[in-house]
Design a protein around this ligand. Structure first.
Ligand SMILES: [Zn+2]
Length: 306
């Protein structure tokens, strides 16, 4: 004869249920909750890699994000774009990449927690770029232009000698061919591993911009999140026109450092693009989707083109 096996837990559960029904009136009975705990919720599944929006936490596929120029389709947050994506998106046609011949040296033999060459190597592996500034020449519609973009993921977009070299070379190219120059700034400032040589790039780049001014070649700066330190104190604040993406953080010293120095709390939107627009350091805040058209219009106007 076969024995019917019973789950002891099931019997116990049934007993508990019947006791509950017997001992309590209907309004005292426990009703299963309609609230679904976070961990039990079914999450949407994607077959391709996704990016989480830092603002609204929506998951968006990389393809959708890149198609939307890395602006969150849900909340319009402007996510960081890599320098290469930025320039490829900006130009209708890239004719050449400039400045690839410059490579960083380690003149101070600088070591902090790691030797400088080791840091460089890691940054190169992480970003696939050789330095923190990319420089390209191409066409925006029918206008030839030179554009540089900072790669923030490369040691915080810090300005060392190679960044200076590439920037000056791009400016010289713009000067020689009478083409406007656009700079997409995103940087933490000077590169401390190169000490004084890094600070000297502030003067070098400022002098190159001065040569553009003297030749009436437009130099437009687009501030993207974030722009700080020696880059703010030189090439990012010397444009003929300063555009900024919404909510970009722009300053010299960071907010926390200033708070500690002046002993005051600085409330939002301190150091945001919107605050700088009110105080005259930024001329216009432009949505990323309107940037190309805006730059085209400004350049055409400054160069007296029809
Ligand atoms: Zn979002």
């Amino acid at each position: 004869m076969s024995e019917v096996k019973q789950d002891p837990n099931a019997t116990q559960n049934q007993d508990e249920k019947s006791n509950l029904l017997k001992n309590s009136s209907w309004f005292e009975r426990e009703v299963p909750s309609v609230f679904v705990p976070e961990e039990n919720k079914t999450k949407p599944t994607f077959t391709e890699p996704t990016i989480e929006c830092p603002e609204c936490h929506a998951l968006v596929t990389v393809t959708a994000m890149s198609f939307n120029a890395y602006v969150c389709p849900q909340c319009d947050e402007h996510l960081r774009m890599s320098a290469r994506d930025r320039l490829n998106w900006f130009f209708d046609q890239v004719n050449q990449e400039l400045g690839q011949e410059f490579s960083a040296k380690d003149p101070l033999k600088f070591v902090d927690s790691k030797p400088y060459p080791k840091r460089m190597e890691e940054a190169q592996k992480k970003t696939g770029e050789t330095e923190a500034l990319l420089s390209m020449q191409g066409m925006l519609d029918d206008l030839p232009m030179v554009a540089v973009a900072f790669e923030f993921d490369f040691m915080g977009g810090s300005m060392g000698t190679v960044v200076g070299d590439r920037f000056v070379q791009a400016a010289e190219y713009a000067l020689k061919h009478k083409q406007p120059m656009i700079c997409f700034a995103a940087s933490g400032g000077a590169r401390m591993q190169e000490g004084m040589l890094s600070l000297m790039q502030m003067a070098r780049t400022s002098a190159a911009i001065e040569r553009l001014h003297n030749a009436s070649i437009p130099y437009i700066v687009v501030m993207t999140n974030p722009v700080y330190g020696g880059v703010t104190a030189s090439l990012a604040m010397l444009g003929d026109v300063h555009l900024s993406e919404p909510k970009a953080m722009i300053g010299f010293a960071g907010k926390r450092v200033i708070e500690q120095t002046v002993g005051e709390r600085l409330e939002e939107p301190f150091q945001r693009a919107e605050y700088l627009l009110e105080h005259g350091a930024v001329d216009q805040i432009v949505h990323r989707h309107a940037l190309r058209d805006t730059i085209y219009r400004i350049v055409s106007k400054l160069m007296n083109l029809p």
